[in-house]
Design a protein around this ligand. Structure first.
Ligand code: XIL
Length: 330
């Protein structure tokens, strides 16, 4: 049997990948997933809008397919996610007349959602991203001014963790966020987590999404994040790793080539990051990539629709790239 990432990292942490059911039914990808990874995250299937499109309708098909595949192949599953401003279905925030609901109604709907989803996969999903991206990037307000925040203040964050813990006391509960390598955002996330811990909220861990690029983050910034969050006694996972080949993914919008120079910079960043993860393995309990290969990445449509990115360790033909070598050579 071929040696894969999960084997190289056996003494460190599980190596995961985000998938849709289609990744699993394609036989070449399926084989590769089984060789390389020992953990799965549903890339979209468990988000609130797809899994719970109407108040009385749950759509379990895709989520079940991923969990069943994992069970059949002895892989672990991270649930993603229970509450995210971007995949909030209209029915949960509006009443029948189209007006925003009260805090009481929103929280009771959130509770029903979390109880139902967490309970269905109890014992099969070992960790949940409970709340995703609740902290603001800039501005004066530390918390994102989402409709959840407008209706509930920060209570919805606290309550979401309580509901998830009630539904499955054994699940490891994560707050998941991007951009925590920037000092301002890191501090905002830290303060939120600290308030939760001080209030006795059952938060166990922090997920660093790690949607990075060839020149970001620096080693210092990455280490600073790991140290800051672990000082709270929380576990850390890298939950959505990919490394955009664009120096400024939001800026150089027309320059869309995977040049040898970019390939090298990407390999360097991956090598640096994994060296840090290995050095800090006592705090890092998992690393997950955000999809399988450069064949299809969400970055091909974000922030620019149709601009190809090449952010993963495997190329469009599922062959390991230079970045892969940087991750396994140690
Ligand atoms: C992305 C998926 O990869 C896309 O397929 C989907 O269209 C939008 O969401 N942060 C997260 C993930 O927490 O859920 C997002 O996933 C990427 C950014």
């Amino acid at each position: 049997v071929k040696k894969g990432l999960k084997d190289y990292y056996k003494a460190y942490f599980p190596i995961g990948v985000a998938v849709s059911p289609r990744n699993l039914t394609d036989s070449a990808q399926q084989q590769m997933i089984l060789e390389q990874f020992n953990s799965l995250t549903p890339e979209n299937a468990m988000k609130m809008r797809p899994i719970h499109p109407q108040e009385t309708t749950y759509n379990w098909r895709d989520a079940d397919a991923i969990v069943n595949f994992a069970q059949a192949h002895h892989m672990r599953v991270r649930g993603h996610n229970l509450c995210w401003y971007k995949e909030t279905p209209d029915w949960i925030i509006h009443d029948k007349d189209g007006k925003l609901v009260s805090k009481e109604v929103l929280l009771s709907r959130l509770k029903e959602h979390i109880y139902t989803v967490v309970n269905r996969y109890k014992g099969k999903i070992y960790a949940w991203d409970v709340v995703n991206e609740a902290v603001a990037d800039g501005g004066d307000e530390p918390l994102r001014n989402s409709v959840w925040y407008q209706i509930c203040g920060e209570d919805y964050i606290f309550k979401a963790f309580q509901y998830a813990h009630e539904a499955d006391p054994k699940a490891v509960l994560f707050y998941n966020e991007y951009g925590t390598e920037s000092p301002v955002k890191r501090e905002r996330v830290y303060q939120l987590l600290k308030r939760m811990l001080d209030a006795g909220i059952p938060v166990d861990a922090v997920g660093l999404q790690a949607h990075w690029s060839v020149n970001n983050p620096s080693q210092e910034a990455l280490i600073a994040s790991i140290k800051r969050f672990s000082s709270l006694g929380l576990k850390i996972q890298i939950t959505e790793m990919d490394v955009s080949v664009y120096t400024n993914p939001y800026g150089d919008i027309t320059d869309a080539d995977f040049t040898p120079e970019r390939e090298q910079k990407q390999a360097d960043l991956y090598a640096m990051a994994f060296k840090v993860f290995r050095e800090y393995k006592q705090y890092i309990s998992g690393v997950t990539f955000w999809n399988v290969s450069d064949k299809a990445s969400w970055l091909d449509n974000f922030p620019i629709r149709g601009r190809k990115n090449y952010p993963l360790l495997f190329d469009q033909n599922l062959r390991p790239k230079k970045a892969y070598q940087g991750v396994i050579n140690f």
